[in-house]
Design a protein around this ligand. Structure first.
Ligand SMILES: Nc1nc2c(c(=O)[nH]1)N[C@H]1C(S)=C(S)[C@@H](COP(=O)(O)OP(=O)(O)OC[C@H]3O[C@@H](n4cnc5c(=O)[nH]c(N)nc54)[C@H](O)[C@@H]3O)O[C@H]1N2
Ligand SMILES: Nc1nc2c(c(=O)[nH]1)N[C@H]1C(S)=C(S)[C@@H](COP(=O)(O)OP(=O)(O)OC[C@H]3O[C@@H](n4cnc5c(=O)[nH]c(N)nc54)[C@H](O)[C@@H]3O)O[C@H]1N2
Ligand SMILES: [Mo]
Length: 775
């Protein structure tokens, strides 16, 4: 082993997004993962009527289209699952947990698929094989030994199909708790909490058909070229039709500038591309709230002008009168808002706010989409309210070609919520569930992600079970989270691949390997499909095509059923019967959730079916029976503003984001090519003027520390400074390397989501990291 500096380069990328660059990287990935011949074919079954739902992201497919929709990052997700590399009992025999901890997340991912259930052995500090039955018994023993069911927490990451998720929540509620931390708590929670207040339902109101009719698209805080590549195909069609597309993002993301569509051979062969966004607005981090309020204020002013001139109204007065409440209070507040404050807080000049308002009012059919750039801040719920307010001003909700479009992350995160993965369940849902299954569900709210970690630290939660995901590093405040997990009596992970959470474990620990969505799931000799709901509420069935990575894998549905059977028995629910025939689970879902009527019949239809979203039909399921305008003020006392007072302009606000070559905590490779980063991940993007002000130069190295008032030191060391077009005072780096910087207490108002995109930090001069290389 020799110690060297990391090898990487920074080189701006001048090509359009996707295009030949993407094809090249797909080939590299297939070779790297050693995907064998038979499994190549599955790539072409992705998002086909008889194929599997892409485990990549929650963007919907055109009718589960007949044409193969090529997506570089979808291919990576499938290749990562179809890899021929294996993590076997022999692998675990070779390494202690301590030695595995020295590998980074990229190395852990490279070992491949888990093959057998494993249990931690403290004597040797190694995982050793365990039979499935013994594993289920161990879980049952721990759960049944707790003083109260609330001492256990049951995490879900959003890849799980509806069937496993439904049985899971049923089992956990029968066991007696609503402790359902889930990835959504860290993701679109602000959306799910905000939208019920304004429009009644915490889901988007558009379908793909609306994209064909929209004339204006506002894309807030999203990087679709990396995270939802198939969305770019849709935006390309919109741009070709002449629709106006605006990106609102502190960064000018490459994929929103130019896109070369692999679906269109001519574009590829002629090396041409399509211009996507015509306007880029670059607010400060978390500045969207003030920006949206400014746009709304301007819309009101334009309406005043129209009234004065006797020209056509700008506001949709009919919609406002018939369908909404509290508009007057909203208008009064907008008139009182100060332009100076809105400009300062958004970081956008008044002239640009006004031009965005002009674009908005020129649109007859406007769709607003948003991602993590809006949801991972302290003011995220207020921001999503303000976005709905703005859309309601011109009746852009519940109308063809217009509406709200939160773009979800995990491929079935929305479905998981629909079927009951929810730490704050609706009473009506619990009533129905209890009635159908003849039990009294727990009524108190359970723990979300942040509350679960806090409860573990307090010694209250002692058993952690994760259905998918990588809880130990997807979560904030890494060192405290690790302390929390290590204090547990039992940690269990139902997963496909080795990850950090297996290594940061409780006193007892289990790794339960499961089938991925691309794999054939045979139960009782019949191949089973699982259903998923995409970001636009389309529900469809997904059948795996690949041979399972190992003979000793169980499906998620079967694992959940066996845990339930071992823990609470099968007197009331025939768990193992459900696991043999997933259509029976769907019947059970239908008996609890009205919207799933004729579930099994409707998924037989190619493309599945659309789950009713009341707000899409202008049926407002709010206490007022109307869509509500909600007033919020700019907050002037926040952790960031307090830290700024203390440290002046040296205080930077950090956003943590995804590179092109990762899937959340899964690191596929070390490039972020659209942002010009190659062979490395420890980089931090800084505005050149800030570099100068701080006395640094691009190419130097810094450490980062968080400014927080609890006396705990939070740091992340050795990041390469990269000059970048990012607003002053704002910096960007990758997740999960920067999660140690996010204080557990730094959460969104109402959503309790870690503020992964606004962390107050300081930069300190440092030296390059020393990495070990084999010689
Ligand atoms: N290949 C791939 N696909 C994925 C994922 C993946 O990791 N890899 N993850 C999946 C998951 S779970 C999710 S949630 C989605 C995430 O997809 P995105 O929502 O695109 O998530 P991020 O990469 O975190 O980037 C958010 C974008 O928000 C911008 N941004 C940051 N702060 C602000 C702000 O204050 N205001 C505005 N307007 N913009 C801001 C950033 O510059 C960045 O462009 O993707 C899903 N799909
Ligand atoms: N700082 C910072 N932190 C963040 C974010 C951020 O932007 N910044 N984003 C947040 C967001 S949006 C999200 S959604 C979370 C993601 O948090 P998680 O969902 O917990 O994390 P993932 O990295 O998606 O989980 C990857 C693991 O899931 C397992 N897995 C993969 N496929 C399957 C499957 O089909 N079944 C099962 N059972 N297991 C499977 C694999 O073992 C893999 O290692 O992270 C959040 N954390
Ligand atoms: Mo997410």
């Amino acid at each position: 082993m020799e110690k060297t500096k990391p090898q990487g380069r920074i080189e701006p990328y001048h090509h359009p997004a996707a295009g030949w660059g993407a094809l090249k990287y797909v080939a590299i990935n297939l070779i790297k993962e050693k995907v064998t011949g038979g499994n190549y074919k599955t790539l072409f079954k992705q998002n086909q009527p008889d194929g599997f739902d892409c485990p990549g992201c929650a963007w919907p497919d055109r009718q589960h289209a007949s044409t193969f929709e090529f997506c570089e990052n979808g291919v990576k997700a499938v290749a990562a699952e179809a890899t021929s590399k294996r993590v076997t009992p022999a692998f675990f025999e070779e390494y202690t947990v301590e030695t595995l901890m020295m590998q980074d997340d990229y190395e852990l991912e490279q070992h491949g698929r888990l093959t057998d259930p494993m249990v931690y052995d403290a004597l040797t500090d190694k995982y050793k094989p365990i039979s499935w039955d013994d594993a289920f018994r161990l879980i049952a023993r721990h759960l049944n030994a707790l003083d109260t069911p609330d001492q256990a927490a049951f995490y879900t990451s959003g890849r799980t199909g509806n069937e496993a998720a439904f049985l899971y929540q049923l089992f956990v509620r029968m066991f007696g708790t609503n402790n359902f931390p889930d990835c959504s708590n860290m993701c679109h929670e602000a959306t799910s909490r905000a939208l019920p207040g304004t429009v009644g339902v915490g889901k988007g109101t558009v379908t793909l058909d609306d994209f064909e009719l929209a004339d204006t698209l506002l894309i807030f805080g999203q990087n679709p070229a990396t995270n939802h590549p198939r969305m770019l195909g849709e935006l390309r069609e919109c741009a070709k039709r002449g629709a106006t597309i605006v990106s609102i993002n502190p960064l000018r993301e490459r994929g929103l500038e130019r896109f070369s569509s692999p679906q269109h051979p001519l574009e590829m062969l002629s090396m041409s591309s399509t211009k996507i966004a015509s306007t880029f607005i670059q607010p400060k981090l978390a500045g969207d709230f003030a920006l949206l309020k400014g746009v709304a204020k301007r819309v009101l002013e334009l309406d005043d002008e129209a009234l004065a001139q006797g020209s056509e109204r700008i506001l949709d007065t009919e919609f406002i009168e018939q369908h909404t409440s509290a508009f007057e209070a909203f208008a009064i507040d907008l008139r009182a808002a100060s332009w100076a404050a809105l400009e300062a807080e958004s970081g956008v000049a008044r002239a640009d706010i006004e031009s965005l308002a002009r674009i908005y009012v020129n649109g007859k059919r406007v769709i607003a989409t948003w991602g993590m750039g809006l949801t991972q801040h302290k003011n995220s719920v207020a921001t999503v309210h303000m976005l709905s307010n703005l859309m309601m001003m011109r009746g852009n909700i519940g109308r063809e070609g217009a509406g709200l479009c939160p773009v979800r992350g995990h491929s079935n995160v929305q479905g998981n919520r629909t079927v009951g993965i929810e730490d704050k369940p609706a009473q009506a849902f619990l009533d129905r569930l209890g009635k159908v299954f003849d039990f009294e569900p727990p009524r108190e709210h359970g723990f979300d992600v942040v509350e679960t970690i806090e409860a573990m630290l307090e010694g209250h939660v002692k058993v952690f079970l994760g259905l998918g995901g990588n809880f130990s590093i997807a979560t904030p405040d890494t060192s405290r989270t690790w302390e929390a997990l290590r204090a547990c009596d039992l940690t269990v992970h139902i997963t496909t691949k080795l990850n950090r959470s297996h290594l940061v474990h409780g006193k007892d620990a289990l790794i339960l390997p499961t089938l991925g969505r691309t794999e054939i799931d045979m139960q009782d000799g019949v191949s089973q499909g699982v259903t998923v709901e995409d970001s636009m509420s389309m529900v469809h069935i997904s059948y795996g095509m690949n041979t399972p990575a190992s003979k000793n894998l169980m499906s998620e549905t079967a694992i959940v059923a066996h845990i339930a059977n071992a823990t609470i028995g099968s007197a009331k629910v025939d768990w193992l019967g459900y696991a043999k025939d997933y259509s029976r689970v769907r019947d059970a879902i239908e008996s609890v959730l009205e919207d799933f009527k004729h579930y099994n019949d409707r998924i037989a239809h190619p493309g599945g079916f659309h789950l009713r979203v009341a707000s899409r039909e202008r049926d407002w399921q709010t206490p007022t029976g109307k869509a509500n305008f909600i007033v919020h003020q700019i907050e002037d006392d926040t952790p960031i503003s307090r830290a700024k007072k203390q440290h002046g302009e040296r205080l930077m606000t950090l956003m943590t984001t995804r590179s092109h070559d990762q899937y959340n905590t899964t690191i596929y490779a070390l490039d972020d090519r659209y942002r010009g980063v190659f062979g490395q991940r420890r980089v931090v993007f800084v505005n050149p003027k800030d570099l100068e002000m701080l006395g640094f130069s691009a190419g130097e190295w810094v450490d980062m520390t968080t400014v927080w008032d609890d006396g705990i030191e939070r740091r992340a060391d050795s990041f390469l400074l990269v000059e970048y077009d990012i607003p002053r005072g704002c910096i960007g780096a990758y997740y999960p390397e920067t999660n140690p910087l996010v204080p557990l207490a730094s959460v969104g108002d109402v959503s309790n989501t870690p503020t992964s995109k606004s962390i107050p930090v300081l930069l300190h001069r440092s030296t390059p990291p020393v990495v070990a290389t084999a010689t």
